[in-house]
Structure formats: C-alpha cells, structure tokens
Design a protein around this ligand. Sequence first.
Ligand code: FAD
Length: 116
Amino acid sequence: KMANETLKAELGNASWKLFHTILARYPESPSENQKSTLNDYIYLFAQVYPCGDCARHFNLLLQKYPPQLSSRQVAAVWGCHIHNQVNKRLEKPQYDCSNILEDYDCGCGSDEKEVD
Ligand code: FAD
C-alpha cells in the first residue's frame, strides 16, 4: 500500500484537475441557473471531499473567498486563486493564473455543452 501522503497527494491532484477543468468550461455568459448549479457543486464538493482535514480548511477558504461566478474567466481565476491559498498553506509555489483557460483545455473542442 502506498504511503498516506502519496495517496492524499494523488487525490488532490486528480481533484484539482477536474475542479479547474470544470471552471474553464463554465459558460462565458452564464444564466442564473448555471451560476446556481456551479455554486451548489462547489459547496457540495467541499462538503464531500474525502480528506476531512482538507475539507475543513477548504470550507474556511470558501467562507473567506466565496465563488465568483459571473463569467468563465472570472470563475477560472477565482478557482486558481483559491487553489493558490491551499498552495500557500502547504508551502507550495504560487501558480501563475494568467493563462488559466488555456492551461485547462479539456480537449472537448467545440462541444460547448452547457448544463442548466
Ligand atoms: P496540486 O496542488 O495537486 O496541483 C496539481 C497541478 O495543478 C500542479 O502540478 C499544477 O500544474 C497545477 N496547479 C497548481 N496550483 C494551481 C492553481 N492555483 N491553479 C491552477 N492549477 C494549479 N493536502 C494537504 O496535505 N492538506 C490539505 O489541507 C489539503 N487540502 C486540499 C483541499 C482541496 C479542496 C484539494 C482539492 C486538495 C487538498 N490537498 C490538501 C491536496 C493538495 O492541494 C495537493 O493536491 C497535493 O498536495 C498534491 O500537490 P501537487 O504538488 O501534486 O499539486
């Protein structure tokens, strides 16, 4: 069995990948319904995140930095900043958020399915 720290890091890695990719595919001009869906998703993600200590800290960060969901760009940069807050706490380097949309291209091409 892998060391706990390795497992926790792998879970974090996979989770952040999905988190940033979802934000990078959020609509450019979201409807109220789409805003509310993503907002719910983020708070539920924070509640169910399997590492209890991580979830507790992430919930505190959400209180301090509530989701900014007015557009794709705003949401993706918000996600980058909140991940940087986690990086800071874990003494990891700060990530450059200036090309966040390009960094999380999902390979979904022109398939701009928007969920409401
Ligand atoms: P990760 O932080 O996993 O990042 C993965 C990749 O994303 C990086 O290699 C980089 O390419 C990119 N990246 C880095 N920063 C950003 C950014 N700001 N925006 C966009 N992309 C970026 N671990 C703990 O030990 N304690 C905790 O309290 C804790 N809380 C967590 C809370 C949440 C919600 C999540 C999802 C994870 C948490 N983790 C926690 C795990 C931790 O954040 C890392 O995922 C783990 O330590 C592995 O780090 P990593 O160096 O592989 O990079």
